[in-house]
Design a protein around this ligand. Structure first.
Ligand code: MG
Length: 159
């Protein structure tokens, strides 16, 4: 069995008047991620980790933010398309791990729901996807609630 690892990273500004969706799960929060799509930085980082491991183009190349087809797109649909593209090359997801750096919304209360939703989207068992929230210790713009930064790592195996 061959394996490949991929790394993803994404940052979105959090702004008033946008729904807050992270990891495919709606949060009760006054600000949401700005973006051409729904702005789900967690799913974007995860998708880029999968694409990276599979040797495919990155998310921005596949789903350009200048393409009107992806305006307001559900990032869950984009992620599932990335999983499909990886599968078409003979790769399946083994596990994924995500770090969400933000001063708000709080990740911990939604962690189980995020894990479950992402596992469903990736087609893996619930314990094969993990996520942790990290605060910024008062440092920089992210620490003032202005955005969210996400790192993701994903392991793929050949069928
Ligand atoms: Mg993004």
């Amino acid at each position: 069995m061959k394996t490949r690892v991929g790394l993803g990273f994404d940052v979105h500004r959090l702004v008033a008047g946008r729904p807050c969706i992270l990891g495919g799960v709606p949060f009760e929060h006054a600000r949401g991620p700005e973006g051409h799509s729904d702005g789900d930085a967690v799913l974007h980082a995860l998708a880029d980790a999968i694409l990276g491991a599979a040797g495919l183009d990155d998310l921005g190349s596949l789903f350009s933010d200048r393409d009107p087809r992806w305006k307001g797109a559900d990032s869950a649909v984009l992620l599932q398309e990335c999983v499909r593209l990886a599968r078409a090359k003979g790769w399946r997801v083994v596990n994924a791990d995500v770090v969400v750096a933000t001063e708000g919304p709080r990740i911990a209360p939604m962690r189980a729901a995020m894990r479950s939703r992402m596992a469903q989207l990736l087609g893996v068992d619930g314990d094969a996807v993990n996520v942790k929230g990290k605060t910024l210790e008062g440092l920089g713009a992210l620490a003032h609630g202005e955005g969210v930064a996400v790192q993701a790592i994903c392991l793929l195996a050949s069928d």
